[in-house]
Design a protein around this ligand. Sequence first.
Ligand SMILES: Cc1ncc(COP(=O)(O)O)c(C=O)c1O
Length: 393
Amino acid sequence: MPGSERSYEAYLETREREGSRRGLTGIEARDARSISIGDEAYVNFASNDYLALRFHPALIERARVWAQEYGVGAGASRLVTGNLGLFAGLETKVAALKEKPSALIMASGFQANASVLQAVFDRSVLGAEPLVFSDRLNHASIHFGCAASGAREIRYRHGDAVHLGSLLSQYQGDERPKFILTESVFSMDGDVAPLAEIGRLAREHDAMLIVDDAHASGILGEGGRGLSEEADVVIGTFSKALGSFGAYVACSGTFREYLINRCAGLIYSTALPPPVLGAIDAALYLLPSLDAERAHVASLAKRFRQGARSLGYDTGASITQIVPLIAGSNHAALSLSKRLREAGFFATAIRPPTVPAGTARLRLAFTAAHSTADLDGLLEALDDRALPRSATA
Ligand SMILES: Cc1ncc(COP(=O)(O)O)c(C=O)c1O
């Protein structure tokens, strides 16, 4: 065994001691509402399938038909022979949904953030080191893309446009190219960035605004178009409210052409397979007709926040379908998750480094597959004086 293996083992032992070791659980899912682990069934409050499209007959059928007609793989990267005609139609639809001149489909949200940002911050192309202003709670894939480019992030306080403005002012007159990076809906908090204000600052300081719309696309905004209208560049995924897999960048034509020439995640990776493109196509078709589902999800989340707060839980600044129950320590979050499981509800404990130290939490997400009875059951399970409460309870 190579000596390095011992170091990995020591790392795992430390994670174990700190209560932050991660592991993979075998899951069975036959519908959008529930999961089974072994012989136990749970109502699933830990999925990002906000519109319950993953099992929608229209998506399944188009995935099946496109697999039959076009095969189960693209066979090559898009720059070689994988750029099937299916992409052009889908990219036109994505560009229209996001109200941008063009769009480019990529393999996954993580890959898009990691490789698009690396390309965009290339100082040999920009002619200078970029000034990258970034919300400190941005998703790991955003920080990863910045690190891969070698760009230093100038992190502003979470959701704080005033702090962002004051940092931008410190660089007033600096000729280096400026960028602002933010999520629209934050994945672990369910709060929304002050996008109108950030957009105004971007224009005032001639900065390019790049918004990760992963958790708003499909579920928020008119017709499910997301919350990215202020953005110059939108990055989002088809893997959450749109039910399947893959990602997109919606942007100017020049930006798209630049990515085709410079973005390693597009150039050196096989194109998405036709069945996935079929599922994306069907989801995009359905989106405008899903207002009732969006309203149902919003109302469940609102009722849950009210109920959980009245029981003394800390739900942070959530105003969307994602609602955290902030428990504080890792052990408190893990034991809250365990107690809910014993009552038949599945919610994952999210711990540092995914969230800041001392804010371990359960991340609950409401979907169109949940009923009001599910919500009532969840609140009832939380209304147990023996359950660990948040620090503020
Ligand atoms: C804000 C944000 N961006 C990007 C991603 C990555 O997307 P994907 O799951 O498609 O790789 C996620 C998902 O975890 C996310 O929460």
